[in-house]
Design a protein around this ligand. Structure first.
Ligand SMILES: C[S@@+](CC[C@H](N)C(=O)[O-])C[C@H]1O[C@@H](n2cnc3c(N)ncnc32)[C@H](O)[C@@H]1O
Length: 764
C-alpha cells in the first residue's frame, strides 16, 4: 500500500492524534493492532530470553546467535511496520521514505525468517543429535549445505523484494525499465513460492505434527462451540466434523510415530539401566584385517535398554539377559538381579516426558563426572546408587571413565607424557593421582561402565590413557574390554530366544520391557547388523561376488577396500619363517590373495603345498601365473568352510597352516582354529617332529591400539581354550600414511606402529 498523499516530506511532523483521518476503517485498526500486539509479544520474548540466558541450563545453547538474530530482525521488522503505517496514515511520509521503509521491512523480515530457519534446521537438530550422539561430519555438512542454500535463496529474494520496492519508489514501472520491472514482479512471487515450499519441506515432521494438532484442536473448538450455541442438530455437519476431528487425531498420532521412529532418537543420553559390565557383542566388523571398535549402546525408549552391537537387555524378573543380535537369552550373571531396583528406578528416571528430566539429568551427569574427575570414590559410589556409570557430557562426550583418566593429565603442558602407554616416566607427584584414578575406574567398572564409549574426539577411555602414557589405567581399560567382549562372545553358545514360549508371553506383559517389540524392532536388529558388519561390501558373499583389481602393490575389491597390500610382505615373510622353518615340509594356506605368503612358502620347497582360495578373480590369476602347474601345489577352489571338512576326512596332515582370509568375522577364524586345525596340524610335524605350527594374520581392531590389545588378548584366550600356546613377536610397522599407502584405499585397516605376530603350537 503506497502512502496516502505523496510528497509530504518531513514538513508534516504531526502525531497520530494530529492525524484526524488516521485508522478510520476497522481493517486499518485491526492491521495496525496486529503489529503493535506482536511487537509487544516480541519485547516480552526478549525479556524472557535475557532472563533465561542467565540460567545454567543445557537448553540455552539453542539460544545462540541465530536465535538472537531472528529476534532482532523480526522486532526491527515490526517497528518499521508500525512507523511506516503511522507515517502513511498521517500522510507525513514522502513517497520515497515510505518505500525506503518498505525495503527495510522486506530485508528484515527475510533475515528474521531465515535466522529462525537456522535455529530449527541447524541448532535444534544438531542439539538433539548431540544429546543422543556425537554430531558427525557428514551430518554437519548436510545441514550446513541446506542452511547455505536457503541462505542464498533468501538473499536473492530479499534483493528482489528490495529492488521491487526501490523500483516503485523510482517509479520505474513507467519508464524504459518497465519491462524488467514487470518481469521481476512476475518472477518474484514464484520464487517466493519455491522458497516457502522448501522451507515447509525442511521444517518437516515437527511442523506437520503441529499443524495436525492445531487442526484437531480447532475442529474440537468448533464442535464445542456448536454444542454451546445449541445450533440445531444437523447430521451432515456432525458427521463431517467428526471426520475431520478423527483425521486430525490420526494424523497427529502418525506424525508422532514418524518422529519417534526417526533415527536421531536412537542414541543414549543416560543409559545403562542394567549397571552391568559387558555391554558389547563380540561380533564386530570382522574382515580378517579390519575389525572395528564397537558402537555405543542403543537407547530405544523408556525402559528398553538395548545395546545395538550385541544388543542385550536385562529382564530382571526372569533373571536373564537377552542378547538381541544373537537372538538368545541366558541366565543373568551374578549381581544382575541385585541391580533390579536400580534398573527399575532408571525406568522411572528415564521418563523423557518429564520436563524436569533434562535439568536433573544434566545436573546428575555433571556431578558424576566431577566426582570421577576428582577421584572422589565415596561421593561417586553414592551417586551411582541412583544413576548410571555411563552418563556422557553433552559437550565433550566424556564418560566418568574418560573424566577419571583425563584428570591425570599433567598440569604442565610442557611436561613430557610418555608415549605408547609407557608409564615409567610418570612423575612421582603423579602417583597418588594415578592411584585415585585406579580406584575410581575399578568402582566404575564394577558399576557397569562401558569400556569403549567414544567421546567427541572419537577416543575411548583407553585411547585417552594410551595418549597420556598412563599404562596402569590403560591396562584396566584393556582388561575390562577383555572381560566384556569375552562374556558376550559366549552368548553365541546360549539357547535361541523364544524357546520357552509361555514364559515369554508372560514376561512381556509383566516387565514393561517388551522383548518381542525389541526383537521385532527391526531397526535395532538391522542397525546392529549394519554396525557389526561395517558395510555390506565387506561381508564375505558380497566380497566374493565383487570384481577385484590387482596392482603391483595392492589388491582391491570393487569398493576399493584393501584386500591385501604389499606393505604386509614383512609380516608374511616372518610368519612363513616361523611356521615353516625348513624345506621338505607340508603346508596349507587359506587365502591366496597377492600370492605373497604362498611365494615365500614355495621358496622353501615344501613337499606338499595346499592352497584354499574362494574368489574367482584370484583363481583366474593363479591359473595365469602357473600356480596350478607348480610341483606339490594343490589348489582347492572354494570357501574353506566347504573344503576343510573334506581334507580332514581324507586325513591330510600338515606341518604348517596359515590362515588369512578377507571379509569374514572373527567367529570364522575362531571356528577355524577351534574346530579344524586340530584335525589337520600334525602333532608330530615340523622339522624336528615337535609339532606343526599354526599362524594367521592378526589384524582385529587394528584401527586403534586399545581395541587391538583387547582382541589380541581374547584371541590368545580362545587359542588356549582350543589347545594352543601362542608366542607373540612384535614387528614394527612403518608410518603407512607417510608412505601414501592408503591413497585410493577406502578404509585404513591398520593404524598402529607395531604388529603382534602370533605363532601357535599345541599345548604341551
Ligand atoms: C588378505 S588375502 C590373503 C593374502 C595372502 N596372505 C598373501 O600373502 O597374499 C585374503 C584372501 O582370502 C580369500 N578368501 C576370502 N574368503 C575366503 C574363504 N571363505 N575361503 C577361502 N578364501 C577366502 C580372498 O579371496 C583373498 O584372496
Amino acid at each position: 500500500m503506497a502512502p496516502r498523499r505523496g510528497g509530504g516530506g518531513n514538513g508534516g511532523g504531526g502525531s497520530v492524534s494530529s492525524c484526524p483521518d488516521a485508522f478510520l476503517t476497522t481493517i486499518e485498526q485491526v492491521s495496525f493492532a496486529n503489529h503493535v500486539v506482536f511487537l509487544v509479544i516480541l519485547l516480552g520474548i526478549s525479556i524472557f530470553f535475557c532472563v533465561f540466558r542467565k540460567r545454567k541450563v543445557a537448553g540455552k545453547k539453542l539460544l545462540g546467535l541465530p536465535f538472537i538474530g531472528a529476534l532482532f530482525f523480526i522486532t526491527l521488522c515490526y517497528i518499521c511496520q508500525i512507523v511506516a503505517t503511522v507515517l502513511q496514515q498521517c500522510g507525513t511520509a514522502s513517497f520515497a521514505s515510505y518505500y525506503d521503509l518498505r525495503i527495510a521491512i522486506v530485508i528484515f523480515s527475510y533475515l528474521g525468517n531465515y535466522f529462525l530457519f537456522v535455529v530449527v534446521i541447524y541448532c535444534l537438530t544438531s542439539m538433539l543429535r548431540r544429546q543422543v550422539d556425537h554430531v558427525n561430519a557428514i551430518y554437519k555438512i548436510v545441514s550446513l549445505t541446506v542452511v547455505g542454500l536457503m541462505g542464498i535463496l533468501m538473499c536473492v529474494l530479499a534483493g528482489l523484494g528490495a529492488y521491487l520496492n526501490w523500483s516503485n519508489k523510482e517509479r520505474l514501472f513507467y519508464g524504459s525499465g518497465a519491462k524488467d520491472y514487470y518481469d521481476i514482479a512476475e518472477a518474484y512471487p514464484k520464487l517466493q513460492a519455491a522458497y516457502y515450499s522448501l522451507y515447509l519441506d525442511l521444517i518437516g515432521w515437527s511442523l506437520a505434527l503441529t499443524i495436525a494438532m492445531v487442526f484437531h484442536t480447532i475442529i474440537s473448538i468448533v464442535v464445542v462451540a456448536w454444542i454451546l450455541e445449541e445450533v440445531d442438530y444437523n447430521p451432515e455437519s456432525a458427521v463431517t466434523l467428526n471426520w475431520l476431528l478423527n483425521l486430525g487425531q490420526a494424523l497427529s498420532l502418525i506424525f508422532i510415530l514418524c518422529i519417534a521412529k526417526h533415527v536421531s532418537w536412537r542414541r543414549p543420553t543416560v543409559t545403562d539401566p542394567v549397571g552391568f559390565q559387558t555391554q558389547y557383542a563380540y561380533n564386530g566388523d570382522s574382515n580378517a584385517q579390519g575389525y572395528y571398535h564397537h558402537q555405543s549402546p542403543e537407547y530405544i525408549g523408556n525402559g528398553n535398554a538395548v545395546w545395538a552391537n550385541g544388543a542385550f537387555l536385562l529382564r530382571p524378573r526372569r533373571r536373564e539377559v537377552c542378547c538381541l543380535s544373537q537372538n538368545a537369552c541366558f541366565p543373568a550373571p551374578r549381581g544382575c538381579s541385585s541391580q533390579r531396583h536400580k534398573y527399575e528406578s532408571m525406568l522411572i528416571h528415564n521418563n523423557m516426558d518429564d520436563p524436569a528430566f533434562e535439568n536433573d539429568t544434566d545436573l546428575q551427569t555433571q556431578s558424576i563426572l566431577l566426582a570421577a574427575a576428582k577421584h572422589d570414590v565415596p561421593t561417586l559410589r553414592n551417586l551411582l546408587r541412583n544413576s548410571s556409570a555411563n552418563v556422557q557430557d553433552l559437550e565433550t562426550g566424556f564418560t566418568p571413565l574418560h573424566a577419571a583418566i583425563a584428570a591425570c593429565e599433567p598440569e604442565n603442558e610442557f611436561e613430557e607424557t610418555p608415549a605408547n602407554g609407557d608409564t615409567n616416566g610418570v612423575a612421582k607427584e603423579q602417583k597418588p593421582e594415578i592411584e585415585g584414578a585406579v580406584k575410581t575406574m575399578k568402582l566404575l567398572f564394577e558399576n557397569g561402565a562401558i569400556w569403549n564409549d567414544l567421546d567427541t574426539n572419537g577416543e575411548t577411555p583407553g585411547c585417552v590413557a594410551h595418549r597420556l602414557g598412563l599404562k596402569e589405567l590403560y591396562e584396566l581399560c584393556v582388561d575390562a574390554g577383555v572381560r566384556a567382549e569375552l562374556l558376550l562372545s559366549r552368548l553365541d553358545e546360549y539357547q535361541p530366544l523364544g524357546d520357552d514360549e509361555s514364559d515369554q508371553d508372560n514376561e512381556d506383559e509383566t516387565e514393561g520391557v517388551d522383548v518381542e517389540e525389541a526383537e521385532n524392532g527391526l531397526e535395532v536388529l538391522d542397525l546392529s547388523l549394519g554396525d557389526s558388519h561395517g558395510d555390506e561390501s565387506t561381508n564375505n558373499p558380497n566380497y566374493l561376488a565383487s570384481n577385484l583389481t590387482f596392482n603391483c602393490d595392492r589388491l582391491l575389491d570393487s569398493d576399493a577396500n584393501g584386500v591385501m597390500m604389499k606393505w604386509e610382505m614383512t609380516l608374511m615373510r616372518r610368519s612363513a619363517e616361523l611356521i615353516l622353518p625348513g624345506s621338505g615340509l607340508r603346508v596349507l594356506n587359506v587365502g591366496h590373495g597377492m600370492a605373497i605368503i604362498d611365494s615365500i612358502f614355495q621358496e622353501r620347497q615344501p613337499t606338499s603345498h595346499h592352497i584354499i582360495e574362494a574368489h574367482p578373480d584370484v583363481l583366474r590369476r593363479m591359473k595365469a601365473q602357473g600356480w596350478y602347474e607348480k610341483p606339490g601345489v594343490v589348489i582347492h577352489e572354494g570357501r574353506w568352510q566347504d573344503i576343510v571338512p573334506g581334507l580332514v576326512e581324507k586325513g591330510e596332515m600338515f606341518d604348517a597352516i596359515y590362515f588369512d582370509t578377507f571379509a569374514e568375522e572373527y567367529k570364522a577364524l575362531r571356528e577355524f582354529f577351534s574346530e579344524h586345525v586340530i584335525g589337520m596340524l600334525d602333532p608330530a610335524g615340523g622339522p624336528n617332529g615337535d609339532g606343526g605350527k599354526f599362524g594367521f594374520f592378526c589384524g582385529m581392531g587394528a584401527d586403534r591400539q586399545v581395541a587391538y590389545d583387547v582382541y589380541n588378548k581374547i584371541v590368545e584366550i580362545d587359542l588356549f581354550e582350543a589347545g594352543f600356546d601362542t608366542e607373540w613377536e612384535t614387528i614394527p610397522v612403518p608410518d603407512l600414511d607417510e608412505q601414501g599407502e592408503w591413497e585410493g584405499v577406502r578404509r585404513k585397516y591398520w593404524a598402529l606402529s607395531n604388529y603382534k605376530l602370533p605363532t601357535c603350537s599345541f599345548i604341551g
